[in-house]
Design a protein around this ligand. Sequence first.
Ligand SMILES: Cc1cc2nc3c(=O)[nH]c(=O)nc-3n(C[C@H](O)[C@H](O)[C@H](O)COP(=O)(O)OP(=O)(O)OC[C@H]3O[C@@H](n4cnc5c(N)ncnc54)[C@H](O)[C@@H]3O)c2cc1C
Length: 492
Amino acid sequence: MGRSFRVVILGGGTAAGYAALEFVKNDINPGELCIISEESVAPYERPALSKGFLLPEGSARLPSFHTCVGSGQERQLPKWYKDHGIELILDTRVVAADVKNRTLRTASQETIAYKILIIATGARVLRLEEFGIKGSLAPNICYLRSIQDAEKLVQATAACKSVGGKAVVIGGGYIGMECAAALVSNRIPVTMVFPESHCMARLFTPEIAAFYEDYYQKRGVTFNKGTVLSSFERNKEGKVEAVVLKDGSRLSADLVVVGVGIRPNVSLFEGQLTLEKGGIKVNGKMQTSNSSVYAVGDVAAFPLKMYGDMRKLEHVDHARKSAAHAVQAVLHPEKTADYDYMPYFYSRVFTLSWQFFGDNVGACILFGVQRTGKFGAYWVNKGRLVGTFLEGGSKDEYAALARVARDRPEVADIDLLATQGLEFAVNHVSVEPVITGPSSSLKRSKQDGIMVLQTSGPLVQAATGIAVAAAIAGLVYWYRRRRKPVRLFWLA
Ligand SMILES: Cc1cc2nc3c(=O)[nH]c(=O)nc-3n(C[C@H](O)[C@H](O)[C@H](O)COP(=O)(O)OP(=O)(O)OC[C@H]3O[C@@H](n4cnc5c(N)ncnc54)[C@H](O)[C@@H]3O)c2cc1C
C-alpha cells in the first residue's frame, strides 16, 4: 500500500485547480489533499491553449495561465501547492480504481487510498480512427486537448509557415473555429471541412453562423461544408500531403488540425458508478452513486436545476463552479444547497468575442446589426426567454444578458423583444416583466445581413409601459454596475 489521503482529486486540469483553491479557502489541513494528474504541469486554464497559446506574437506560455487566473483569482504555481501542503502527483496515470475499497492504482503500481475521491478526469479527444480513418499519428496531424498537443500544434504551425504551406481543419465546432482563426493569424491559408451546413451547428443558427463565416472568409478561411474526410495521401515519411473528402474533392495540406469532438474519461469507473449521458451521474451535491465519490467538470452528468433535466456540459465555467461546489459539499454537507447552474459559454477569436447564457431552444430572435459587429439573439421557449447570445458586448451588457437568461421572464410579444434588442436585457429588473404589445404577426425581413423579427402594428401602448419600467430599471442597473466586481478573462 502506498500513500493515503483524506481527499484525492483524480485529474489535474481546470476543475482540479479550482477545487484545490476552494479547499485552501476553507482551510484544509496540510497533507490531507492530493491531486493526481497524468499531465506534467500543475493545473492550468485549458481554454488558453486555443487562444493565447497559438498567437503568432506575444503568445501565452506557462506559468502565465495556471489556474485560477482565468477568473481573476490566484495563479497557483507548483510552489503554491507545496506551501499549502497539497501533494501534486504529476506525470502519473491512474490505471485502476476500486470504489468499494477506496483505492486508486497508478501506472507505476502505487496504490493510493482516499476517504473522499473527486473525479476530475475531464474528456479526451475523439480520434479519426474511431471514424474508421487511419493514420492520425502523422507528425503533421494535430489534435488539441493538452499542453503537449498545443506544443505539437505550435511546432507544426511553424513548419507549415516556413514552407508557405496550407492547412486543413477538420470540424466546425469550438476547436475547429478557434484553431482556424489562430492559423490564419499565423498567415496560413485554411480550409475548414465539416458535415453540417454551417459552423458551430450545436449553438449557432444559420444567421449567426453567417456572420462568423463571412468574417473568417475575409481573413483567408475557405469553408468546405456538407462533407467529411475520407482518407489521407501521405509521402514516404508518413507526412500528410493531401486530404481526400467524401464528396471526391482533394485538398493539398501541409498541416491538418482535427477537432471532431470529445468523450468524457469515465472508463475507470464503468461498472462501479452510475453513468448517464456518457458521463458520471451526480446529484446536486456533485456526489456520484457512491457517497464517497464526487465528479466535477466535463466528466459529470448533473441535474440542471433551472431546466429540470440532466446535462453534461463541457465548458470551463461549469468546470470551475462545479469544482467549487463539490468542495463545499464535501466540507459542509449540511449547509450546501443543490448546484444551481446556468449554462454559460464563450469564445474569442481575432478581435471578436461572444458570450452565450442559458438554453438555445425554441424560437431564435436576432437583434442588432451584424455589419457593426455588435448583434445578438434571444431564444424564447414556451413563452419564456431562455437563452441569450451577444457578439461584441461590454462587461455590463453580458452581465445583463446573464441576468435575464437566469430570470427567464415571460415574453408575451416576441416582436417587441426583437425591436428592443439589447435594451430588453439591459432594462430588465429581476421582477418578471411581461412585455405587452400588438399580437404577434411575425414578418421576417433582411437587415444588414441578419434576419430580424419585425412588428407589424402600433407599439405605443407597450412602449409607454416599458418606458416607465425602463426608467426604474435603468437606475437599478446603474446601481448594480457600480457594485459589480471586475473579473479577468484575459487568457482563458
Ligand atoms: C483547446 C481548448 C479550448 C477551450 N476553450 C474553451 C472556451 O473558450 N470556453 C469554454 O467554456 N470552454 C472551453 N474549453 C473547455 C474547457 O477547457 C473544459 O470544459 C475544462 O477544461 C474542463 O475541465 P476538467 O477539469 O473537467 O477537465 P480537464 O481540464 O480536461 O482536466 C482533466 C485532467 O484529468 C487528467 N486525467 C484524465 N484521466 C486521468 C487518469 N486516468 N489519470 C491521471 N490523470 C488523468 C487529464 O490529464 C487532465 O489533467 C476548451 C477546451 C480546450 C481543450
